[in-house]
Design a protein. Structure first.
Length: 369
């Protein structure tokens, strides 16, 4: 297991990555009560193992529906009511077992229930383990506006066990790997080259199944390395004042794509993958990307696996939605532009015509394919 520390002016907590990390809950004592928030299917698959490893035995978990529909103020209100009815108080602990949706909702509930109770994030997807569970961002959606209402609220602890990823379907697993690619672009040539080399071995390893020696360690190593990138960034910029914006690489196009499709048809990581391709092409058109880097980035994104098609989503639709991204200020878009693997720049003077051409080049195919 690897222990990483998020340490900044207001945040100070551990991110533990590796098999057996759930046992970290055993050392959190002194709470008046403990509650687990999760999805029913996750609890049915992992509940007994979680209780055995963590020694947290809640009377009954708080369940949320699977999917984005759970990220609503109505769901939050219902969860708060359940906590109150079950006797939760300011000395209670909320443990969130699940992916990004559960993490966002559970973190928001913890940050607002009785003006804040302690929360532990136990992420069960790739994207949650390397990204969304780290950094203390919580949120729910309002109508079509994703993550419009939320808080910055650090968890007490993050426990990421890669062995739980075995229960993910192939598409969901690949969706998380696109976020890992994003982190490799941000981190630099060493991590990027490691990911290029070991991508074929990045598969969850079921308990008891015979695999190539070290295959499980490869996945754990990559999860830890990607999580370290997030830890490093949020430790230096806890509230997205500047540096943390680099984590939005690929998300400007990606968020517009999600909204254009009404958040159906694309998993978040898949939208980010198309966003990475489009912003890399944009960097080429602007003359900001070092020679050969665009092809290398595009090749790695596409090697992760097949993406849902986007040919039917025009650049006109995407351009209309870009200023609505919540990262925009006064309608001005803050682009994260890659200049080379390991270096990005935040700019706000990108011509929309260039953005339109970049999207069209990518969606029509033929660019670095």
């Amino acid at each position: 297991m690897r222990r990483l520390r998020v340490s900044s002016r207001n945040f100070d907590y551990e991110v533990v990555v590796g098999r057996g990390s759930w046992r970290g809950l055993r050392r959190l004592t002194g709470y008046s009560s403990r509650f687990v928030l999760t999805e029913r299917r996750i609890w049915e698959r992992w509940g007994k193992h979680f209780v055995r490893e963590s020694r947290v035995a809640p009377p009954a978990p708080l369940f949320i529906p699977t999917g984005e529909q759970s990220k609503s103020l109505r769901i939050v209100e219902g969860l708060a009511r359940q906590l109150a009815e079950r006797g939760a108080d300011r000395g209670s602990l909320l443990v969130v077992l699940g992916g990004g949706v559960a993490g966002d909702v559970g973190g928001f509930v913890a940050s607002t229930f009785m003006r804040g109770i302690d929360c532990v994030e136990v992420p069960t997807t790739v994207v949650a383990q390397v990204d969304s569970a780290i950094g203390g961002k919580t949120a729910v959606n309002v109508g079509a506006m994703k993550n419009l209402v939320g808080t910055f609220y650090p968890p007490r602890l993050v426990l990421a066990d890669p062995s739980v990823l075995v229960s993910l379907d192939a598409r969901t697993f690949r969706s998380g790997l696109y976020e890992v690619v994003k982190h490799a672009i941000l981190d630099g040539p060493e991590f990027f080259a490691q990911l290029e080399k070991c991508l074929p071995d990045l598969r969850p390893v079921p308990h008891g199944r015979r695999v190539r020696p070290g295959q499980g360690r490869v996945l754990e190593s990559i999860i830890e390395r990607a999580a370290r990138v997030k830890v490093s960034v949020v430790s230096r910029d806890e509230r997205e004042a500047g540096l943390r914006r680099v984590l939005n690489l690929g998300h400007t196009f990606g968020h517009a794509l999600e909204e254009a499709s009404a958040y159906r048809g694309f998993l978040h990581g898949e939208a980010v993958a198309w966003g990475l391709l489009a912003v890399t092409r944009l960097a080429e058109l602007l003359g900001r990307l070092a020679p050969g880097q665009g092809e290398r980035i595009a090749r790695l994104v596409r090697r992760v696996g097949p993406l849902p098609p986007v040919r039917h989503i025009s650049s006109r639709t995407i351009l209309k939605l870009l200023p609505r991204d919540k990262k925009a200020v006064g309608g001005q878009i803050h682009w994260v532009i890659p200049e080379r693997i390991g270096k990005v720049r935040i700019v706000n003077d990108v011509p929309l015509a260039a953005a339109a051409r970049a999207w069209d080049d990518v969606r029509r195919g033929g660019w670095h394919e």
